[in-house]
Ligand binder design. Structure first.
Ligand code: ACM
Length: 529
């Protein structure tokens, strides 16, 4: 066949499948930028091409670009001051669009990434890297189609939560997650480090929390001790900072405290038959001192000065409080009419203590029932079937992060045939449901300025292996990213899928075991999970 014939057949095929329009106009970047236009020709990145930075405060960003490109494409760039020819130029100027906005302008001679902030420049670099990783490698270098982009984030909070109490994955997995969060412009890593099966954070003042509380996991109560040392945490924070990601630890209280209570039973408030030793004891002054000491140590470790105090599902073990030492006395002293009032009192008192050390206290949506300072508290709405709790939080004036179980709990399966992962009733957190958030009922709430953003939560009761974790995360992380960064602007699921298909190649190249929504049989669930 002649070349023109081959071209004609490809053209006819693309036209038939409706992909031609997409192929011509589709920007290869996820999340889709706010404004984008394809330019003329392409820019070629060659071995030895220069990243130009005039301002020495931008050298770390240039180094990030240099290292990432080398790692993924093998091409080594130089960093220089300006007179070296074809280049990627980082410029700290331009119109501000929030703290994260940037512009990317490409011609065949130069790529200019500009922003008034380093954060904005970082996102411009990420956009450029996404294009580079998807571009064909030629003898002369990497030919990247030219685009003209103006971009900024719809939401300031673009989060992902990882539960490492139920199963512990360790630093390398966390770094992999941070890499992909950065790739998708997600910027808040919420680290669920304490819960019933294991306590995963070294606290020097109370060493048994890690050495005793760190033993076991959801699958095996006798599993060897696993936790993060102070040095490990510092390493992760540094890694996240280089990617403009804020790390926020969660120290869950007063429920989900079983592992801590194994280590220091004197602070246990008991629990229920199903959830023994589930709570801290709100009736003892020593409990508040102990928890405040823990929070003080964490405050020194985590520079975000934000702490998530949990506050969820206390009802699972609250009946233990009836008999816990000091609780009846507390109720009399503070005129608390019942155990729910004790729960609110506990949350208010610990929030008060935490706010002496932290800028913000974060809590699950149960805490919207308590009276907390609205300018320093953030509520995480997770109970999708309790919209009244979201409304209550907003009416009281709390800023809110939306992470409803449907569709943002990524431990739920994403395909009806899947067996590994959480399943309940007809709940299904498929890719299109994540992309399709919010539904009509929530759209109005989304316009409220108190909505800080979106977050997906990866609970790990049923996730034992890194591969399974990857399978649940990919590709839903891409849909989360587009919702959180782009918002509903230019929403088009077919276009998203078209772009995503090319991103699956990047996952494959990186050795990620992802779910393939186009060909589910290609990567099935694995028996050994
Ligand atoms: C939660 O899922 N218990 C916040």
């Amino acid at each position: 066949m002649k070349r023109t014939e081959v071209r004609y057949i490809i053209f006819a095929f693309l036209l038939m499948t409706g992909q031609l329009v997409l192929a011509q106009r589709s920007c290869p970047v996820i999340p889709l930028p706010t404004v984008y236009e394809q330019g003329e020709g392409s820019f070629t990145v060659r071995e030895g091409s220069v990243i130009v930075v005039k301002d020495s405060s931008l050298r770390a960003l240039a180094a990030f670009l240099q290292t990432s490109l080398k790692q993924h494409t093998g091409i080594g760039l130089k960093i220089g001051g300006g007179n070296e020819g074809a280049a990627v130029i980082l410029e700290k100027n331009g119109a501000a669009h929030g703290t994260d906005g940037y512009a990317l302008q490409m011609t065949k001679n130069a790529v200019v990434i500009s922003s008034p902030t380093r954060e904005g420049l970082f996102y411009g670099i990420v956009t450029f890297l996404q294009m580079a990783f998807q571009s064909p490698r030629k003898e002369s270098g990497l030919a990247i189609s030219c685009w003209d982009i103006q971009d900024s984030a719809r939401y300031a909070w673009r989060g992902l939560m990882l539960d490492e109490s139920r199963h512990f994955f360790g630093k390398e997995t966390v770094k992999m997650i941070l890499d992909w969060m950065a790739f998708y412009k997600l910027n808040r890593f919420h680290w669920h480090l304490t819960d019933a099966p294991g306590w995963r954070l070294e606290i020097k003042q109370y060493p048994r929390l890690a050495s005793v509380g760190g033993r076991g996991n959801y699958s095996d109560p006798g599993a060897p001790v696993q936790y993060y040392t102070t040095a490990d945490i510092q390493e992760i924070i540094q890694y996240a900072q280089e990617r403009y990601i804020t790390v926020i630890p969660e120290i869950d209280m007063p429920g989900h405290a079983t592992a801590a209570n194994r280590a220091y039973p004197e602070f246990s408030g008991g629990g229920s038959e199903k959830y023994p030793d589930f709570t801290f004891n709100p009736g003892k002054a020593e409990t508040y001192r102990y928890l405040t000491d823990i929070l003080r140590e964490a405050a020194e470790l985590f520079p975000s000065r934000m702490i998530h105090l949990g506050g969820d599902e206390v009802s699972f073990g609250i009946e233990g409080w009836k008999d816990a030492a000091g609780v009846q006395q507390l109720m009399r002293d503070e005129s608390l009419p019942g155990l729910k009032a004790v729960e609110r009192y506990f949350i208010q008192r610990m929030t008060d203590s935490a706010l002496k050390m932290y800028r913000k206290v974060l809590l699950w949506d149960e805490a919207a029932d308590a009276s907390l300072p609205v300018n320093r508290t953030i509520i995480f709405w997770w109970r999708h079937d309790k919209p009244e709790q979201l409304n209550k939080a907003l009416q009281k004036g709390y800023p809110v992060v939306l992470c409803p179980r449907l569709p943002f709990y990524f431990d739920f399966v994403q395909n009806r045939t899947h067996k590994k992962g959480r399943k309940r009733k007809d709940w299904l957190n498929s890719l299109d449901k994540v992309y399709g958030f919010p539904d009509k009922e929530l759209s109005a709430a989304m316009e409220n300025n108190l909505i800080l953003g979106l977050q997906a939560n990866l609970w790990t009761e049923l996730v034992r292996s890194r591969q399974h974790l990857e399978y649940l995360l990919f590709p839903r992380i891409a849909a989360l990213s587009e919702r959180a960064w782009t918002g509903s602007h230019n929403s088009n699921y077919q276009r998203f899928l078209f772009t995503l298909k090319a991103h699956l190649q990047l996952y494959r190249k990186a050795g990620i075991y992802y779910y393939n929504p186009f060909e589910p049989a290609e990567t099935p669930e694995l028996q050994e999970w």
